[in-house]
Design a protein. Structure first.
Length: 193
């Protein structure tokens, strides 16, 4: 079964969320905290519980990417916290500072619900994946990693995508076991112009 998104956002709602993400990063620079919002003033689509990832790039290079795979907060609050965390808490990078904030490019990915993928072998999983469309979560005995569908742009073959996903988790590229589990998801992704 293919995952489906639980929200359809208008162009205006997408622009509003991107603006809120940027405001949250500026709030982090000024106060050390994410933007504080009262969700009651937002339309229903922006208050639905949603899982979100925020990807920050600077001059085309990854600068931060953090989010959640499970919907626990209203969309607008998930955006404020994920934007703040991507800018200031991604352990792979130093904190964003005021000299680079204007060069950041923000992309928001709203995730569908996770759907289990039944795969008896590495090859059956590879055959099941839809390049450019599927995001993938891998879990095996305490190891865990995920790639958003956007990663297919840099890793276009299913074999390479899966191998890099394993390595991201700290496992060998060709890892497979009887305990390994996968979940697929899709995203509604939009970015600043």
């Amino acid at each position: 079964m293919q995952p489906s998104l639980c929200v359809d956002l208008s162009a205006d709602e997408q622009v509003r969320l991107l603006d809120i993400a940027r405001q949250s990063i500026h709030s982090g620079l000024e106060s050390g905290r994410p933007l504080q919002l009262d969700v009651t003033g937002f339309e229903d689509n922006l208050r639905i519980e949603a899982a979100v990832f925020i990807t920050l790039t600077r001059f085309g290079d990854l600068r931060g990417c953090i989010g959640s795979l499970q919907a626990t907060d209203p969309l607008v609050l998930a955006v404020t916290s994920s934007a703040f965390n991507a800018a200031f808490r991604d352990h792979r990078f130093g904190k964003v500072d005021s000299t680079e904030v204007n060069d950041l490019h923000i992309e928001i990915s709203v995730l569908s619900k996770l759907e289990p993928v039944e795969a008896a072998s590495r090859q059956s999983l590879l055959d099941e994946l839809e390049p450019g469309v599927d995001g993938l979560l891998m879990e095996d005995r305490g190891y865990r990693s995920t790639f958003l569908p956007k990663v297919w742009e840099k890793l276009p073959s299913a074999d390479e995508f899966l191998g890099e996903l394993m390595q991201k988790a700290g496992l060998p590229a060709g890892h497979w076991s009887d305990s390994i589990r996968f979940h697929r998801y899709h995203t509604l992704s939009f970015a600043e112009n």
